[in-house]
Design a binder for this molecule. Structure first.
Ligand SMILES: Cc1cc2nc3c(=O)[nH]c(=O)nc-3n(C[C@H](O)[C@H](O)[C@H](O)COP(=O)(O)OP(=O)(O)OC[C@H]3O[C@@H](n4cnc5c(N)ncnc54)[C@H](O)[C@@H]3O)c2cc1C
Length: 411
């Protein structure tokens, strides 16, 4: 790392940097400098404006950060997750909207990278990488959120076209995306899912105005409606029947990203609370000298470091292609996002009335933290995934050596 980042010592450990090679450290250092010079100082304005964060999107695209999600043959750097979690954490430390530009690139473009035809890849990926084009990921529906297999949108083949009918909701970048990755159910074989690319100007495709929400200002969402929308068969992603797997593949990367974003925000909240604890004097001494406040801070820091370690293991698993990475991504996402909500709440408590004011970042962090517990699979959904996996594996796993033979039910 160059002087900019090493000069000011950080509150949280830099141990994870040992995982990165010199080029990766250079990229992280660049992001750190952008955070200090531009993204941090402008975070409040981005949220206040509550429009898609175009300036930051173009800046991160021009600096090659968006490109870290794309393969090198299309001008990207196909960065390892061990780097990407550090980049997203860094952005999440100051600005959720900016961190979501990176997780959003994974969510909306991954299926195009993984499943588009060579012609579509050549036509779209360079523009998506450079920020001249944008894509959106359209999975959730009025009847299918957590229960994602309940999709009612249909896709049927007619000659050399696919015809899409249905509705989607909560779609990030609905008002700004040029292309939509839409997952629906095959009309001919309803247990089969199909993913297609729909351009925003397709006849019969309606995009609602932006929908107001609690937080994540600068990250607009919309509802979509498809009435006999026709796209060429060349817009198919993967094969017929691959739609669900392509969506899960994109969500896996985005979940790792959401965990990193939540941990970045938690780090930011601790930094702010600790600064306040030094500045604020009450009952004759600094707030930070009161043991009760120190204990709150202690829980926050230790738990954030533990969750960072879990996320690092998860990123390594992704980079190696371990087959249990999805369960680890669920663990990391659930732990990091639930923890972030708690840490931000406690940080706000520690900063008293000051923390509650709009010009102070914690108010924004508090509203933004909630979304990470809901999007990309809610905490409850991830707990179900993790618990189900443990129960399933325990049937064939090594039995605890202190147990006697036979059923534990009998005695
Ligand atoms: C700001 C924002 C941006 C989004 N962006 C996108 C996007 O770009 N693309 C997209 O496709 N979707 C997007 N989503 C949708 C998001 O992924 C869903 O909101 C999420 O999957 C949850 O679905 P739901 O809202 O329908 O909640 P529901 O499925 O109705 O769940 C309601 C509650 O029930 C809980 N629950 C569910 N199942 C169980 C269970 N078995 N046991 C116990 N509790 C359970 C859930 O955890 C949740 O708390 C976005 C949502 C938001 C709010």
């Amino acid at each position: 790392m160059n002087e900019t980042s090493t000069a000011a010592r950080r509150l949280f450990g830099e141990h994870f940097l040992h995982d990165l090679n010199p080029q990766e450290l250079e990229m992280l250092d660049k992001v750190r400098r952008l955070v200090v010079s531009h993204i941090g100082p402008n975070a409040h304005k981005v949220a206040e404006k509550d429009e898609f964060a175009w300036d930051n999107f173009r800046l991160l695209a021009d600096e090659g950060v968006i490109g870290s999600a794309f393969p090198s043959e299309y001008g990207g750097t196909d960065a390892r997750q061990v780097l990407r979690i550090r980049v997203i954490e860094e952005l999440g430390r100051v600005c959720s909207a900016s961190a979501s530009l990176i997780t959003g690139a994974d969510l909306s473009c991954r299926a195009i990278v993984a499943g588009a035809s060579p012609q579509m890849k050549s036509a779209l990926l360079p523009g998506l990488r450079s920020g001249q084009l944008q894509a959106a990921f359209a999975l959730t529906e009025p009847e299918a959120g957590s229960d994602v297999r309940g999709l009612r949108t249909t896709v049927r083949r007619e000659g050399d076209q696919f015809v899409v009918n249905g509705r989607k909701k909560f779609i990030t970048r609905g008002t700004t995306a040029d292309w939509f990755m839409v997952v629906g159910r095959s009309e001919e074989a309803p247990s089969s899912f199909i993913a297609v690319l729909v351009p925003r100007d397709a006849a019969g495709f309606d995009i609602s105005p932006e929908v107001d929400k609690l937080g994540w200002y600068g990250v607009p969402i919309s509802s979509l409606e498809f009435k006999d929308v026709r796209v060429p068969t060349g817009n198919l992603l993967g094969k017929i029947g691959d739609g669900f797997e392509l969506a899960q593949d994109a969500l896996l990367r985005a979940r790792i990203g959401h965990a990193a974003m939540a941990l970045g925000r938690a780090i930011g909240a601790v930094e702010i609370a600790a600064t306040y604890m030094n500045d604020r004097t009450l009952f004759g001494k600094a707030l930070g000298a009161h043991q009760g406040a120190q204990w709150m801070l202690s829980d926050m820091v230790s738990q954030v470091e533990a969750a960072r370690a879990l996320l690092s293991v998860t990123a390594q698993k992704y980079d190696r292609g371990d087959d249990d990475v999805a369960v680890y991504a669920s663990m990391a996402k659930q732990q990091a996002t639930d923890l972030c909500m708690k840490v931000v709440t406690d940080a706000l408590q520690l900063t008293g009335g000051r923390g509650y004011l709009k010009d102070f970042p914690l108010e924004r962090f508090f509203r933004d933290a909630k979304l990470n517990q809901i999007g990309e699979g809610s905490s409850e959904v991830h707990k179900t995934v993790i618990g189900r996996d443990v129960v399933r594996r325990s049937g064939s796993a090594q039995r605890n050596p202190s147990l006697r033979e036979g059923s534990l039910v009998d005695y």
